[in-house]
Design a protein around this ligand. Sequence first.
Ligand SMILES: [Zn+2]
Length: 297
Amino acid sequence: MANEEAGPEAAGPERRDGPDGTRRQLLGLGGGATLLALLGAPSALAAPHRRLAAPATIGRARPPKPLVMLDPGHGGKDPGAIGVSGTYEKHIAEAAASELQTMLMRSGRYRVAMTRGRDIFIPLEDRVAIAEGKQAALFISMHADALHDHGVRGASVYTLSTGASDAQTAALANTENSADRFAGPRFHGTSPDVQRILASLVREETRTGSARMAGNVVRSFRPSGIGLLTNPSRHAAFVVLKAADIPSVLVEMGFMSNRLDEAALRQASHRTVVASAMMRAVDGFFAGGSAYTGLQG
Ligand SMILES: [Zn+2]
């Protein structure tokens, strides 16, 4: 299993054994690993009676701080949307993600990784794979796309669904998606029936977490004075949100197609306001418990 990669001995002395540390460790686990442990998949079978009460057993596979994966949209040969006065979305996305990365790191509460830290092209499915490979606890894709209607402005946040919440979002997803491959979770060593149940539970846990994070973003943007679309929380089949076991949101910080949004996002001070609001949303996500707790009834 993938979660056996981390060196348990090296991680041991740094474990946090207090109640809070325990919770952080559990939150740091991807949904798949958590459920596998809960439901007695092979890695947990060695200590079946201790698997829920032994965070050390689970925690030694992961460092204590949850990993937040930031995904600046586009990059390299893909500029993303080009603003009405020529701003490239890829540059705005990278600047805002870097700002958020700095804030999250400074808090000391998280590990942070970026799908890209420079101006390079990364296919959407590779971004998902990067997050999966690093076993991220949360995935945040940051964008500032364009709409046909240049009058539309404001931030919005998107979660995954097979159908789009509205035509505008469907068009946005079509623009964003360059591929439609979906690699589902794999649970080696379990029967097909158990695999199906595990996959279903993981997806539900991920869906719940994604929705909670989207709600957090909207709630933290409002008091920051960041304008929001009328229905700011939307959903569609964005490829980059398809990690099966990582709560994922795509944040449109505004639209390059709107002159006012573009002008605001060009300002470092505005991007700081956005990043601060995003950080509060992340804090809320990890402070508010997880679907792990909910699954225990
Ligand atoms: Zn974009």
